[in-house]
Design a protein around this ligand. Structure first.
Ligand code: ARG
Length: 462
């Protein structure tokens, strides 16, 4: 409709190059339901304020229903002149109801329309995303329950540090995801402002009622400033940020599973349905899902920084640059969905090799802090205790004798302290609140389950 929308002012139609660059229908048609829903609310409001008759309203509503059915079934035929989803819907409505259809765009611009449509689309998408994250959290919680008191080396600098319950490790990722869920709810709350009625940029002279359309479309409030309403894409940026950070969290889980599935670690075995083989090397079993979770994070961050860059120099109000919001956002949403689903499948089906984990976690050097703490309990200042144990570790590594023997023979430590080096003992030591000992993890499991239940309630109330 490019040529027709503004035919009064123009001599000729648009060039092919302009259309190819400008048209957004190929990607914004996925917002057709939101566009139609917005048009229903708009025309009902126009009727209530006396700008269209009830007869005209009903004709437009019927034409919108038909258009929606056609678009949903694939029966709808786009014309070369359909520049975007807004023009496509209006064009079809006007074909079906020629007289009344011409009134649909009264007191409305594609500028407030696109801002409204995309907000409604994003709101729905974020709601569904919250459900997927909650599902993945439930998977992690279930795995944490299933592994009981299994334990694993904890790392800093990728060096074995102190052993922790495997459940503790799995729930660490679960807590990061709960902040992602919180960010989704937070974003949904802040974006709960309807831009419809802002017109092209300055509102309307025709006595419209933006509060009515806002309420009809399920928004908390109408906009306060029309210029801001048509220019604001903060919600797109926030959505892409929270998706990027969620993607980073999934990437970190992916990276760990890649390590844990390696021959060198051998901590996890991936299910065949969630791993791939090699075309050449028959022995290979590859963690492609985990690698893609890691890889896709780059793409998500790229969309975020790309669109922030688009926004940074834009003067008020609408500029066509803003059309760049959609492909970035749509791809971010599609990407995170696929990644979450696949990673959820991978994590719920993998099996842990708890013996291999324990064998590493029982490395006596991982109990060095426990030896120092033992000396502290006897009254020695921690700095001094650190030095005593450090010396023993050094002697053991130099071949003076096994660490356990040196500990048992040490005047300030002795056989009681040497028991700290026995398998499965060290992990039970750090039972401070939020710590990695199985005893501390009991409380954490309950706290995590409670948080999950609260968030599931918030999700159900969306
Ligand atoms: N397709 C446009 C977009 O996505 C819709 C708004 C166009 N507005 C305009 N004045 N050309 O941003």
């Amino acid at each position: 409709m490019a040529g027709e929308l503004w035919e009064g002012r123009f001599d000729g139609g648009p060039s092919e190059a302009l259309q190819a660059l400008n048209d957004s229908l190929p990607f914004d048609r996925r917002m057709f339901r939101h566009d139609i829903e917005g048009s229903r609310a708009h025309v009902s409001m126009l009727c209530d304020v006396g700008l269209v008759t009830t007869g005209e309203r009903d004709q437009i509503l019927a034409a919108l229903d038909t258009t929606e059915t056609e678009m949903a079934s694939g029966e709808f035929v786009a014309l070369a002149s359909d520049e975007d989803i807004h023009t496509a819907v209006e064009r079809r409505v006007t074909e079906i109801a020629p007289e009344a259809g011409g009134k649909l765009h009264t007191a409305r611009s594609r500028n407030d329309q696109v801002a409204t449509d995309l907000k409604m689309w994003t709101r729905q998408e974020l709601g569904e995303l919250a459900g997927l994250v909650l599902r993945f959290q439930a998977t992690l919680a279930a795995q944490a329950d299933a592994v009981g008191d299994a334990y694993v080396p904890g790392y800093t600098h990728m060096q074995q540090a102190q052993s922790v319950s495997l459940a503790h490790h799995l729930l660490a990722h679960g807590w990061a995801l709960s902040r992602d869920v919180d960010r989704i709810f937070d974003c949904l709350e802040r974006m709960d402002v309807c831009p419809l009625g802002a017109g092209a940029l300055a509102g309307s002279s025709l006595g419209i009622d933006p509060a009515q359309t806002a309420a009809a479309l399920g928004f908390g409030t109408p906009f306060a400033n029309s210029l801001d309403a048509v220019s604001d894409r903060d919600y797109v940026v926030e959505a892409m940020f929270l998706i990027s950070l969620l993607g980073v969290h999934l990437s970190r889980i992916g990276e760990e599973m890649i390590l844990w599935a390696s021959t060198e670690f051998g901590f996890v075995k991936l299910d065949d349905g969630f791993s791939t083989g090699s075309s050449m090397m028959p022995q290979k079993k590859n963690p492609d899902i985990a690698e893609l979770a890691r890889g896709k994070a780059g793409r998500l961050i790229g969309h975020l920084t790309g669109f922030l860059t688009t926004l940074k120099g834009l003067p008020l109000t609408y500029n066509k640059d803003l059309q760049e919001d959609k492909e970035a956002l749509f791809d971010s949403c599609d990407t995170i969905r696929l990644t979450l689903l696949a990673l959820d499948g991978m994590m719920s089906t993998l099996t842990f090799n708890t013996e291999a984990m324990a064998a590493q976690a029982d490395n006596p050097y991982s109990a060095a802090t426990d030896l120092a703490d033992h000396l502290v309990r006897g009254g020695m200042p921690f700095r001094q205790a650190h030095a005593v144990v450090g010396k023993l570790v050094r002697d053991a590594l130099a071949g003076v004798g096994p660490l356990a023997q040196l500990v048992a023979e040490h005047q300030d430590l002795g056989p009681e302290a040497a028991k700290l080096l026995e398998p499965g003992v060290s992990v039970r030591q750090r039972n401070s609140p939020g710590g990695g000992a199985p005893e501390a993890v009991v409380a954490q499991r309950a706290a995590f389950a409670a948080q999950l239940e609260t968030d599931q309630g918030r999700f159900a109330a969306l």
